[in-house]
Structure formats: structure tokens, C-alpha cells
Ligand binder design. Structure first.
Ligand SMILES: [Fe+2]
Ligand SMILES: [Fe+2]
Length: 303
């Protein structure tokens, strides 16, 4: 059964979690470049059998860098979106206002956290890693859609971070402890965000007419398609970063295989794993009766 959420309860939970960036990275807390940063189910580097174990490890870490970067970009459109949503009814329920402001504050902290990890990464990795962007242009392009479409994308992303931690990270003892701690602490706060996003989606759906809802679903799908295009560009940049870091030049066949495996891996990481989340699908189901058909179509592309 689909749970129902409550602003006060979410606020209470989020106040219990509350960590600081400096509790997670800095000082003696350093990245260990002898360890993988990402779980294999998301990185899929072992399938790249033409890479030796060291090259596979470096590629895993490049995917870690991409994860840090893409999440900081995503948080960049979540912060203004949540603030705008909170502002639309500032005189209403106090718990609502406080929970949403706390949500935006946590996402701003997450941007700092991801950027701080990227600084550590850049200092220890040795060669630069290319990234799509600029981030604010990507965020701007997403925010250029209707609030319901953006809220659906945000809800999608909040739930997939839950899947990443619970299904792939929590029981993986091989990961670098610092990177694992980042993923764990992010997960702890995202659990509240996913609930607040559900409330935002429900409020927007309630206020929208049939046509507006269908248009928002089209836009939601278009935003995922836009993100997917960015991921494909990121995979090409990753192949170049791998070459720069290891000196390894891929043959034409190897590069083709690399792109196909990594495109599927990034799709699953940033899109498909959200389409697999039961509670996300439950909320989508209540948005409009046509959703099931749409989800089945999207799953055939992204899962
Ligand atoms: Fe976040
Ligand atoms: Fe979040």
C-alpha cells in the first residue's frame, strides 16, 4: 500500500539526521584511490574485459567523479524549485514551510558536499576528468518546464538514490569508506526529500487540470530524454578521461564496446533505477491513468 506522508513527521525525522559536511570529508578523512568508489552494479567496469584490473579500477573512480558532478548539477535545480514551491503558500501550514526550507537547505549542503568530494578527487586522481555542462545551463534547461514535470523528475531522482544505497552500496565492503560514507549520508537525508517530493507532486496534481497533467507527463519524459543525451556525452568524455589517466588507447572496437556498456550503465544509474522503485511508480500511478503504458515504454529504453 502507498504510504501517506506528513510535513511535521518529515521535519522531525530530518532534524534527527542532520550531519555537517566536515563530519564526512576533510582532515584525516581522505579518499583511498586503491579502492573502488562505485558499486559494480552501477559502474559496470568488469564487463569491460579488455581493460586490465587497474584500468577497471580507474574507470570505476571516473564514474565516481561523474556521480559527484551530476548530483551537484541535479541539486542545483532542486534548490530553486523547492524554494519557489515553498513560497507559493508561505502563510499556510508552518510545518510545511519549515520542512520545505529545511529540504532546500539540505540540498544546498549536498552541493557543497559533492563539490568538496570533487576537490579531494581532483587533488588525488592526478589527471582531469571531463564533465558535461555548464551545470547551471543544464539546471536552467530543466527548470524551463512546468512545475509538475520538474517535481516528477526530482521525485524520480530522490527515489533512485534510495535504490542505489539499499540495493548496491550498503552491503558492499570493497568500496572506499569515505565515498561509501558520502553515499550513506546522502541517502539518509534523501529519504525525507522523497517524502516531501511526493507531497509536492500530490499538491501540484490536485491543483492541475487533465490537460495540464498530460502535458506535464510529456515534459517529464522529455526531461529524462534530455538527461539521457547528456549521459551519452558524458560516456564519451569518460573514455577520454580513462585514456588520459592510464595512457590506454582504445581500439575502435573497444571504444564501441565501452560506449555501449557505459551508456547502459549510466542510463540505469541515473534513470532506470528510478523507474524500478515501487513507491515512485505508486505515486506516478495516481498522477494519471495513462501512466502505466508510459512507464512500460520508458522502461524498455532505460532499464
Ligand atoms: Fe541531495
Ligand atoms: Fe534530495
Amino acid at each position: 500500500m502507498q504510504p501517506s506522508y506528513d510535513y511535521q513527521q518529515v521535519l522531525n525525522n530530518s532534524e534527527r539526521v542532520n550531519w555537517r559536511v566536515e563530519d564526512i570529508i576533510g582532515g584525516s578523512k581522505r579518499l583511498d584511490f586503491d579502492r573502488p568508489f562505485m558499486p559494480e552494479s552501477l559502474a559496470r567496469v568488469r564487463t569491460l574485459s579488455f581493460l586490465n584490473p587497474n584500468e577497471q579500477l580507474v574507470m570505476n573512480q571516473i564514474r565516481g567523479h561523474g556521480y559527484l558532478y551530476l548530483f551537484s548539477v541535479v541539486e542545483e535545480f532542486i534548490v530553486p524549485f523547492v524554494l519557489d514551491h515553498a513560497r507559493s503558500r508561505l502563510n499556510g501550514n508552518d510545518a510545511r514551510t519549515r520542512a520545505l526550507l529545511h529540504f532546500a537547505d539540505e540540498e544546498a549542503k549536498h552541493i557543497q558536499l559533492f563539490n568538496r568530494f570533487r576537490e579531494e578527487f581532483d587533488a588525488g586522481f592526478g589527471t582531469p576528468c571531463g564533465a558535461i555542462g555548464p551545470g547551471d545551463a543544464i539546471a536552467g534547461a530543466v527548470l524551463n518546464h512546468s512545475p509538475l514535470a520538474v517535481a516528477l523528475v526530482i521525485l524520480h531522482i530522490e527515489w533512485l538514490t534510495q535504490t542505489h544505497f539499499l540495493e548496491s552500496v550498503r552491503d558492499d565492503q570493497t568500496l572506499d569508506p569515505q565515498f561509501k560514507s558520502l553515499l550513506k549520508n546522502h541517502w539518509l537525508e534523501e529519504a525525507q526529500h522523497a517524502q516531501l517530493d511526493t507531497l509536492m507532486v500530490e499538491a501540484l496534481v490536485e491543483a492541475a487540470g487533465e490537460e495540464e497533467i498530460v502535458t506535464a507527463l510529456d515534459e517529464y519524459e522529455a526531461i529524462l530524454h534530455f538527461i539521457d543525451g547528456g549521459l551519452a556525452q558524458q560516456v564519451e568524455l569518460d573514455a577520454d578521461s580513462l585514456g588520459q589517466a592510464t595512457g590506454r588507447e582504445l581500439s575502435e572496437d573497444e571504444r564501441e564496446r565501452f560506449v555501449s556498456v557505459q551508456q547502459a550503465a549510466t542510463r540505469w544509474t541515473f534513470i532506470g533505477s528510478g523507474l524500478d522503485h515501487e513507491l515512485f511508480l505508486g505515486t506516478l500511478d495516481r498522477v494519471h491513468p495513462s501512466v502505466r503504458e508510459r512507464v512500460a515504454r520508458m522502461r524498455s529504453v532505460y532499464c
